[in-house]
Design a protein around this ligand. Structure first.
Ligand code: DLL
Length: 434
């Protein structure tokens, strides 16, 4: 089937065209920020910069970074680029630590955000014939409102279920023939598990595609979800500070997410030195938003670790692709001096046939870090044969040692004993910080 695009002239534009948009928009945006955001103007002045120093993307590296701590310091209005009377909405992060991030939107900002989400839905095969169930949370979280707006723009019949009440989710999917499901991957896995328990096979489920993001998830988890729901599962990435979902999205190639470069300029930096790294090297993703007016962040450090690739994509889109983020740099655990990402642990578990229901517990005992991975058995594996459980635990411990380079304790637990997530799953309990 021929690839379809929501905004073909933008999504398949030549690299020269994209660069021209970025150059022009960056220069304008820097002036807009200089004129309206005193907080950032001061940062530029401290570096001896004025808007006259920025002629295009080549000069981007001169600009100062913004980080989460700037957002906290400037909370709530300090980074606004438009008068309050021009703003029509806020969205906010879940804010597990410190102050929440509050992002402001003008109507035009919402329009371009929804366009980005519409691009993602069309890339996943969505048309106005589709029924799109949005099971991301609605409210302050950007997942529900973003995909809801994108779904309207595509012309899908939109079912705004929000998250939770899993049996009702399944009822709507079946009764209203939902063809596209939008939610976090961990919630998609839970919906799939519940369907299976209800005795439903993938061909009794009308879904054909899923748009899953907001948390790190492995390729193995993608395969599991695709199999259980009988769909193609597409990744979508974004963050509240930059609008929400739709900063980047996967196409039919499913090998990374195209960044909407007409709105966001990406850079990869060394998280320790701040130095810009060439494409192909892994590092921290930094974004400059060049079209948003109410919350126009320049060089915002996401703390997400990934790689950019400019290889030609078979889907025809020309925008740069980012790899699945391995998780945030602040999700990375340092255990006995070794860097461990929860997604590496997930890969080992799923490769050995376990479900993505696990919890990682880190502690410090006698000045030494301990890593305990609690893993749920599937109902088919469940046994009270101690020998069998010990054998399985050892197999997993060996797999983890070879993936991580350090030892971990594995405890197999009964099916359904780890709490399911309806939004972003909490995988790690780090008792060392408490
Ligand atoms: O999670 C926005 C979103 C909603 C994205 C729905 C996709 C779908 P925040 O709550 O501000 O916004 O969290 C942003 O979540 O910096 C990443 O660390 C992580 N994240 C988002 N999408 C992905 C993804 C929304 N596809 C933070 N893969 C980001 C891995 C992701 N991590």
């Amino acid at each position: 089937m021929a690839e379809r695009y929501y905004q073909p002239e933008i999504e398949t534009a030549s690299r020269e065209q994209i660069k021209q948009w970025q150059d022009e928009r960056l220069v304008k945006q820097v002036q807009h920020v200089w004129d309206n955001v005193a907080y950032y103007r001061k940062k530029m002045e401290e570096k001896g910069l004025t808007p006259d120093d920025i002629h295009g993307t080549e000069d981007l590296h001169k600009l100062p970074f913004l980080s989460k701590s700037d957002l906290r310091e400037a909370y709530p209005y300090g980074l606004m680029g438009a008068p309050l009377k021009d703003c029509v909405r806020i969205q906010s992060t879940s804010g597990t630590t410190g102050k929440r991030v509050v992002a402001f939107y003008t109507q035009a900002d919402i329009d371009l955000w929804e366009d980005c989400c519409a691009r993602a839905i069309v890339a996943a095969g969505g048309t106005d014939e589709d029924v799109c169930q949005v099971s991301y949370g609605y409210g302050l979280f950007t997942g529900g409102p973003g995909l809801n707006g994108g779904s309207h723009k595509v012309g899908c019949l939109t079912i705004p279920t929000s998250s939770g009440n899993t049996e009702r989710q399944i009822m709507f999917i079946r009764d209203l023939n939902a063809t596209i499901l939008c939610c976090t991957p961990s919630y998609a896995a839970y919906i799939g598990e519940t369907m299976k328990e209800m005795g439903l096979t993938p061909d009794e489920i009308p879904l054909k595609a899923g748009i899953f993001g907001a948390e790190a998830w492995s390729e193995e988890m993608r395969h599991d979800i695709e199999k259980t729901l009988g769909i193609k599962a597409y990744d979508i990435y974004g963050l509240t500070e930059l609008s929400g979902p739709g900063v980047s999205f996967e196409c039919s190639a499913q090998t990374g997410m195209h960044i909407n470069e007409d709105h966001f300029i990406p850079e990869i930096i060394d998280p320790d030195t701040g130095e810009v790294l060439p494409d192909g090297q892994e590092g921290e993703l930094v974004f400059t938003s060049i079209t948003k007016k109410a919350f126009p962040l320049l060089r915002y450090r996401t703390r997400d670790i990934c790689v950019l690739s400019r290889e030609k994509c078979p889907c025809g889109r020309t925008h740069v692709k980012m790899s699945k983020p391995r998780g945030r740099s602040d999700d990375m655990l340092i255990i006995r001096g070794v860097n461990v990402f929860p997604s590496q642990i997930e890969t080992v578990l799923l490769n050995q046939g376990y479900p993505a229901n696990y919890q990682i517990i880190v502690d410090r005992v006698n000045h030494s870090d301990t890593l305990d991975v609690q893993v749920e058995m599937t109902p088919e594996m469940f046994t009270d044969n101690v020998g069998e459980i010990t054998r399985r635990q050892k197999e997993l411990m060996d797999g983890l040692r070879s993936m991580l380079g350090i030892g971990a304790k594995v405890t197999l637990v009964a099916p359904k004993s780890i709490v399911r997530s309806e939004g972003k799953a909490v995988r790690v309990i780090d008792k060392r910080k408490i």
